[in-house]
Every structure is written in structure tokens, then in C-alpha cells.
Design a protein around this ligand. Structure first.
Ligand code: NAP
Length: 394
């Protein structure tokens, strides 16, 4: 509060620093990192380099994060991205439990150092968390506990609002008759918020999670008869009209083993990395499965908003969690939005979005716009190779 008053007096603009991790090792080849040199080494070696750098940084030697150039947000706020140079699969130990016990603590230390750098060197007034940064810091709570005094937001309230709007758009666009919504990862931060929001708007929800106890506890807390919970991935995928994937898994959850060929599936993928990645999606389409998959949690903002770089995303497209950080800075909101998502805050971010001109993007699948009569096309290895050469990171 004191800082905001001082800033207002001095005429300085609020500053958002957005702290996110690399999604995949190939991101090193993005224009923001090492587009040429990045291609000289196979990705396996990059993973080894990322790990060694993170290990050293966790012991105070060098740092394993990169500050991208500052940008201006609607002339009212400045912004800057700090990217943790540890790709999500490495951070999560490729899903291997014993490896996670090594990689997660190392990554946390790098994140804490980056958070202090944001606060003390970059003079951030709001710290936004993206991708899996919040997942491995107990929804931002561990960062706060280190003594960070600026407000922190994990952006999940608006990610919930954005996903809700995206799914409603999908139901309308494709005229989906079955209104039961499947939520994979239903007791995660976004999953919980989405479940509550869909239930409050009269939808039936099938919530899926791996832990029966956590599911039962969540159902009890919700106290809503329209919520059914299951640990069965095949069941949720086949019984729901639209399936939302919102987990911290770094592998594909949608696989041949749980699909049948005699129905159409509608999948809204919020997860970063995706829970239905392009490679698996293309494989399934080529095998004859009918899947309409939508890029989840993507927002478009006012035309004047130009970051100057677009990390993996087409121009003007932004992650919803980033948009929440932007809006929090624009609104000079000094509260922390970490841990559980407050239902009231989801509704508040919807109002902010209307005010500042953010909305869900038109429906896309890996950047390709989807129309009502869209039918996924089988791809030959030649068209796949060509699309990779033309758009290596989107
Ligand atoms: N597009 C956007 O703007 C945007 C914004 C924010 C977040 N995200 C992405 O959304 C995803 C979820 O974020 P979050 O903040 O809700 O994360 P979170 O709070 O860490 O929750 C993730 C949930 O995923 C579950 N999970 C992990 N592996 C699973 C598996 N194999 N099967 C079923 N459930 C599994 C975890 O439950 P267990 O206890 O079983 O491990 C946990 O409940 C992340 O990928 C994040 O990067 C996207």
C-alpha cells in the first residue's frame, strides 16, 4: 500500500513482472533465446545444460533465468517477463517420482531467486506466476513465505473465467448437445474453480482426479448433487460433452487406450504443457479418431497492447494467467492472489476483462482457426514436416 502511494506521488508506473518457466526444451530455439545456436545441439544435451545451470544457480552460482526486454501496457503499466530456463518436463522429472525429488527443490530455489530479483532489482509492484511455477510452489505460497512483500498472483482466477468462456463458445459453435462437462484435474487450482463455476451456472460436472480421497473431500466440500467424481480417465472422457484438461501432467493424457472411433470428442486443453500435445493429436487424427481440440486459456487484448515478443504464441495472443497479472497491475490491486482461487475474484476478473478489453480468442487448434464445420484433416509426414519448418514453436 505504502509503495503504491509513493509511486502515485512520484508519477512512476506500476510494474508487472511475469515469472514463468520454459514449456519445452525446444523453446531454447525461440527468437527470445538462442534461435541459431539452439539448433546446434540436440535437445537431450540442452536438458543436461539446463539441469547443470539450475543446480549451480540453486547454490548461488549464476542464475538460470532470463529477463526479457521491458514492455509498455496501455501507457499505464510497465511489464517484463522473467523466464526460468528449466523446461516443464525437466522441472517435473519427466513424471518420475524419485527424479522429481531432485528437480523440484532445485527449481524452487531458482524460482525464489528470480522472485527476489523481480522485487529488488526490477522493482516489480506485482509478481505474476505462469505455467508450472505456481504448481511447484504450492500455488505461490512458498514464494510468499520467502519474504516477498509485493503482491503475487498466480492468475488462476482469470484462467478459470477464460476457460469457462471458451468452453461455452465451443458448445455454441459446435452445437454440442451433451452438456455434461468433464474436468480432468478437478481438484487442482483451476480445476476447482472451473468445477464451481460450471455448477453455479447450472451445468452437470464429472470431475476426474487420481486421488480418491482428494476427490471425495472435494465433492463433500462442494455439496452439489450435480457433481460426480471419478478416478477413471476413460469414463470422464467418454461420458462428457466437453472434456477440459487442466493438470500439471507433462505427458499426453488423451491416448488411443481411452478413445473409441464411433464418436466425436470435444477437448478444451488448458494445460501448459498440453495434455493433448500436437504430436499425439496428429497421431490420433491419422488413426481415424474424431477429435475437436481447442487451445485453452488463450486471450486476445486491446490492439494497442504489444509486448514486442510473443513466446510460442501468435501476435496479440496471451495466456489468461498473464492477462490477470496485467489487469491486477492496471487496477492497482495490492492483494495476494495465491493458493485457492476465490470464487468472488473469478467474477471480479470477468468484470476487469470487460473494462480493459480482453476476451477469449476465436476457437483455435494449435493456432489453426476452427469453424462450425471443421473436420480435423489427416496429415502426411510431408505436411507435418512443412508445418514444423514454417512454424517451429507454435
Ligand atoms: N492457459 C493458461 O492461461 C493457463 C493459466 C494457468 C495455468 N495453466 C496450466 O493449467 C494447468 C493446471 O494449472 P493449475 O494451476 O490448476 O495447477 P495445479 O494447481 O498444480 O493442479 C494440477 C492438478 O493436476 C493433477 N494431475 C497431475 N497429473 C495428473 C494426471 N496424470 N491425471 C490427472 N490429474 C493429474 C494434480 O493432482 P495430483 O494430486 O493427482 O497430482 C493437480 O490437482 C497447468 O498445466 C498450467 O500450466 C494454463
Amino acid at each position: 500500500m505504502r509503495e503504491v502511494e509513493e509511486m502515485e506521488r512520484s508519477g512512476k508506473k506500476p510494474k508487472l513482472v511475469f515469472l514463468a518457466n520454459m514449456i519445452e526444451a525446444r523453446d531454447i530455439r525461440a527468437p527470445e533465446f538462442l534461435p541459431k545456436f539452439g539448433k546446434c545441439l540436440p535437445l537431450f544435451f540442452w536438458n543436461v545444460i539446463f539441469f547443470i545451470r539450475a543446480l549451480l544457480a540453486s547454490k548461488g552460482m549464476g542464475r538460470a533465468f532470463k529477463a526479457l526486454p521491458e514492455y509498455n501496457i496501455l501507457e499505464k503499466v510497465t511489464g517484463q517477463h522473467l523466464i526460468i530456463e528449466i523446461p516443464a518436463p525437466l522441472m517435473m522429472g519427466w513424471g518420475i517420482k524419485w527424479l522429481q525429488k531432485i528437480t523440484i527443490p532445485i527449481t524452487r530455489k531458482v524460482i525464489y531467486r528470480a522472485a527476489f530479483y523481480a522485487q529488488d532489482e526490477l522493482k516489480a509492484t506485482v509478481l505474476g506466476l505462469g505455467s508450472l511455477v505456481k504448481s511447484i510452489t504450492e500455488k505461490g505460497r512458498l514464494i510468499k513465505q520467502q519474504g516477498i512483500h509485493i503482491p503475487i498472483t498466480h492468475g488462476d482466477a482469470y484462467s478459470v473465467a477464460s476457460a469457462f468462456q471458451g468452453v461455452e463458445k465451443m458448445i455454441e459453435e459446435f452445437d454440442i448437445p451433451e452438456k455434461r462437462i468433464g474436468i480432468i484435474g478437478c481438484y487442482g487450482t483451476i480445476g476447482k474453480g472451473l468445477t464451481k463455476l460450471f455448477l453455479s451456472r447450472g451445468y452437470k460436472v464429472i470431475g476426474m482426479g487420481r486421488k480418491k480421497e482428494a476427490l471425495d473431500c472435494f465433492k463433500k466440500k462442494c455439496g452439489n448433487e450435480e457433481l460426480e467424481v471419478t478416478t477413471d480417465l476413460k469414463y470422464v472422457v467418454n461420458e462428457s460433452g466437453v472434456v477440459i484438461t487442466t493438470t500439471s501432467a507433462t505427458n499426453s493424457l488423451i491416448t488411443e487406450a481411452i478413445l473409441t472411433k464411433n464418436r466425436r470428442y470435444f477437448i478444451y486443453d488448458v494445460s501448459q504443457p498440453n495434455n493433448l500435445p500436437e504430436k499425439e493429436f496428429t497421431k490420433l487424427i491419422n488413426q481415424g479418431y474424431q477429435i475437436i481440440r481447442v487451445d485453452g486459456g488463450f486471450e486476445v487484448g486491446p490492439s494497442q497492447l504489444d509486448l514486442g515478443f510473443w513466446l510460442r504464441l501468435p501476435r496479440r495472443i496471451m495466456y489468461a494467467c498473464f492477462v490477470e497479472g496485467v489487469m491486477q497491475a492496471l487496477e492497482n490491486d495490492n492483494r495476494d492472489h495465491v493458493e485457492e482461487v476465490e470464487f468472488g475474484h473469478i467474477l471480479k476478473t470477468m468484470e476487469w476483462a470487460k473494462k480493459w478489453g480482453f476476451s477469449h480468442t476465436p476457437l483455435t487448434c494449435f493456432g489453426e482457426e476452427l469453424s462450425k464445420d471443421y473436420v480435423p484433416q489427416r496429415k502426411t509426414s510431408l505436411t507435418l514436416a512443412l508445418s514444423r519448418v514454417c512454424a517451429p514453436l507454435t
